[in-house]
Design a protein around this ligand. Structure first.
Ligand SMILES: [Zn+2]
Length: 488
């Protein structure tokens, strides 16, 4: 275990030492898993051959295969094809599985894993009152150790469900110590995480002044799993700050929030302020003209379809984007109100777009947009997510030379056999129970349906303790069946 024993690499020894210096031993000694450590041990051979699976490469040149092999050397994909010869490789039998790129969630707030499902009936107003932004919301009460354990458990949950990359719009940077703790948890998780540096809440916020320190301390190399980005409300100052440091920018735009959708959006476009470095989150309420403006300026849209539908963000903007040459990627947003697994996101997007087009057809409309196919939404959940995170040179498809972020889904289980259509099985049939094996940069982080090297009992205990602390500060009902608070 990472905390109980020796660090698993020189890099992690350094991470651990720096972290102890910054935040004190309390957090580090309670830190958790060591998934990457175990994965290193599991990957004794630098070559791994995934043999005989149904391989969906999402690489246009390679195509998809009923049956093929994937060869991994170190952290990269070396080859994809039929009957690959691979001397000295550790062979993983992929028979009965679908092998595809790891899913990419382009907008999440991982620290809120501590409060998952707390607002199953919640609307945006409930969320802002209780969870984030409101003067009496929970986020200001998060201590560094709560940010750490929340971020870590959120990231591990994503890995467990086959999500290998998460863009975390980290709204719990309540102080520099919070940022250190959060980044430390992300580094430990073994997930690929875009840490989109966002303001936290409370009196000790040092956003964005602490940015240079963070960049220097943690992000001197881009050749690592956790990389930096910037996030804030869409306005000229925020965009200028992110660009000053050459960072990609994430920004929420929500139709139903006052002052969220910039009134001068078109003007910003005309001035050249809207560029290809920006991911617009939700983008609900966007007109066709505004969607086209984002497409023309090379921007990206992250659609959190299930959350937008349940929390009153406005109608998901998927069709408006598609009509204007813009393919959105998919995101989970907040676990306080919805699951963060990609099956939920893919299925919601698939169903919503088809429901809307089907209804128009029933009403007699002609020349309708194309119905989304199951394969289309898997592409949104993989290669499109990689493009939107500007990581498509590294991940998003099973392309030789890219890093090996790979998921193996069991298709020989009671919910999937006999396998008749791989795309349909994933989007219309499967759930997280089908996630058998997950690999990030060639390291196995989940195998045979279980996270590797994660002490779940300990994680559960520490997450529960942190939740209890925050719930106590908020005077939330202790009972899990009490629904007296709005949104519960
Ligand atoms: Zn969000």
């Amino acid at each position: 275990m990472w905390n109980d024993g020796k660090p698993y690499s020189a890099h992690d020894q350094m991470v651990r030492r720096d972290f102890l210096k910054a935040t004190g031993a309390a957090i580090a000694t309670s830190a958790l898993p060591g998934a990457a450590h175990e994965a290193l041990a599991a990957n004794a051979s630098p070559r791994i051959l995934l043999k005989g699976g149904c391989v969906l490469s999402f690489d246009q040149a390679l195509g998809d295969f009923d049956k093929a092999d994937v060869l991994i050397e170190g952290k990269r994909i070396a080859a994809v094809g039929r009957n690959l010869a691979a001397a000295n490789a550790t062979v993983i039998d992929a028979t009965g599985t679908i092998v595809l790129p790891g899913f990419i969630d382009t907008h999440h707030h991982l620290y809120q894993a501590l409060l998952r499902n707390i607002q199953g009936n919640g609307l945006l107003a409930d969320y802002f009152r209780d969870i984030a932004n409101g003067p009496k919301s929970a986020t200001p009460f998060f201590r560094p150790q709560d940010a750490y354990i929340g971020g870590l458990s959120g990231a591990l949950r994503s890995l467990d469900s086959g999500v290998t990359t998460i863009a975390d719009v980290s709204q719990v940077n309540n102080s520099p110590e919070h940022s250190d703790a959060l980044i430390h948890g992300f580094q430990q998780s073994g997930a690929r995480i875009v840490y989109a540096y966002t303001s936290g809440a409370g009196p000790d916020v040092k956003w964005p002044q602490d940015l240079e320190r963070l960049l220097k301390r943690y992000f001197s190399s881009s050749d690592q799993l956790v990389t930096p980005a910037f996030s804030g409300s869409v306005n000229r100052d925020m965009l200028a700050t992110g660009r000053k440091y050459g960072m990609r920018i994430w920004s929420h735009i929500v139709e139903t929030l006052p002052n969220s959708f910039p009134k001068d959006f078109e003007q910003m476009g005309a001035e050249g302020v809207l560029r290809s470095d920006t991911v617009y989150i939700h983008f609900t309420g966007a007109t066709p003209k505004q969607a086209k403006l984002v497409a023309d300026t090379g921007g990206a849209v992250s659609a959190a379809v299930p959350i937008e539908m349940t929390m009153r963000h406005g109608m998901p903007v998927v069709q408006v984007c598609l009509d204007n040459g813009l393919t959105p990627s998919l995101s989970s947003d907040v676990e306080t109100s919805m699951s963060a697994d990609m099956f939920t996101m893919m299925r919601s997007c698939f169903l919503l777009q088809r429901a809307m087009v089907n209804e128009r057809s029933i009403q007699g409309e002609k020349d309708l947009p194309k119905l989304l196919t199951a394969r289309d939404v898997i592409a949104m959940a993989t290669i499109q997510g990689a493009r939107d995170c500007a990581l498509d040179k590294k991940v998003g498809s099973l392309t030789p030379g890219k890093e090996a972020d790979i998921v193996m889904l069991r298709a020989d289980t009671i919910d999937s056999f006999p396998l008749n259509n791989a795309y349909g099985a994933i989007v219309t049939g499967m759930d997280t129970s089908n996630v058998d094996t997950v690999m990030v940069a060639g390291k196995i982080v989940k195998r045979h349906g279980r996270l590797v090297g994660v002490d779940l009992a300990r994680l559960r205990k520490e997450a529960t303790q942190a939740r209890d602390y925050i719930a106590g500060k908020m005077n939330w009902p202790i009972s899990v069946i009490d629904s007296s608070t709005p949104g519960r």
